[in-house]
Design a protein around this ligand. Structure first.
Ligand code: PGA
Length: 250
């Protein structure tokens, strides 16, 4: 069965000591949940302590980025196999902060997606339009381009990926997409997946929503049948994350 997926993106927050504390608390509160899959994505430096803290629980470990090469002269970069060694199972790729602040292109993202699949990870590929693109009526064009260029060259019907719809205007702004807006885009993305990979693959694809998800709006969002989980930034740094992971749709 396809469980809902709740991913905590801690971004550039938490020292090792802080990360250990937060992860230990979450493992106690959420570690036995079986109705939802929960992934913690701390900074690289805290992956090992978080991995230790969640060992034996149902929580899983994710990374926020990686390089596509296996080794070499890439100062400051992290290779997929370094993450394998730490017990990582998911990797966030193409986050809008990587695209906007660090110049990541669709071409680079698809290389990373390919490398992540080769390393045995489930890539969480982020797509989303800016506020200006939405205002200009270009939302679907942008999403189609990102899907075609960040995902399609790297992914076959044999591969398992997760897609995160993250409208850039909703990230860290407190402006969440309405359930209707998110539902519309998720339907569009599933349609693209179906065109490309067929109905079975598209039906199994988990499409997450991300952008100012909080304990106050999670139930409304997860009530939308097209939303298969969430990618949570700011609100994943607080203990209220456990309320998000225990959302109620009924
Ligand atoms: P936010 O970030 O929840 O702080 O808006 C989401 C994300 O960037 O993944």
């Amino acid at each position: 069965m396809r469980l809902p997926l709740v991913v905590a993106n801690w971004k550039m927050n938490k020292t090792r000591a802080e990360a250990r504390l937060l992860a230990q608390g979450l493992a106690l509160e959420l570690g036995e949940l079986e109705t939802v899959e929960i992934v913690l994505c701390p900074p690289f430096t805290a992956l090992s302590v978080v991995g230790e803290a969640i060992q034996g629980s149902n929580l899983e470990l994710g990374a926020q980025n990686m390089h596509y090469e296996e080794s070499g002269a890439f100062t400051g970069e992290i290779a997929p196999r370094f993450l394998v060694e730490l017990g990582v199972s998911y990797v966030i790729l193409g986050h809008s902060e990587r695209r906007q602040l660090f110049g990541e292109t669709d071409e680079l993202v698809q290389r990373k997606v390919r490398a992540a699949l080769k390393a045995g990870f489930t890539p969480i590929v982020c797509v989303g339009e800016t506020g200006a693109e939405r205002d200009a009526g270009q939302t679907f064009d942008q999403l189609r381009r990102q899907f075609q260029e960040s995902i399609v060259p790297a992914v076959t019907e044999q591969d398992l990926i997760t897609v995160a719809y993250e409208p850039v205007w909703a990230i860290g702004t407190g402006r969440t997409a309405t359930p209707e807006q998110a539902g519309e885009v998720h339907r569009f993305l599933r349609g693209l997946a179906e065109e490309q990979y067929g109905p079975a693959w598209a039906g199994n694809l988990r499409i997450l929503y991300g952008g100012s998800v909080t304990a106050d709006n999670i139930n409304q969002l997860m009530a939308v049948s097209e939303i298969n989980g969430v990618l949570v930034g700011g609100a994943s740094l607080k203990s209220s994350f456990s309320r998000i992971a225990q959302f109620r749709t009924g």
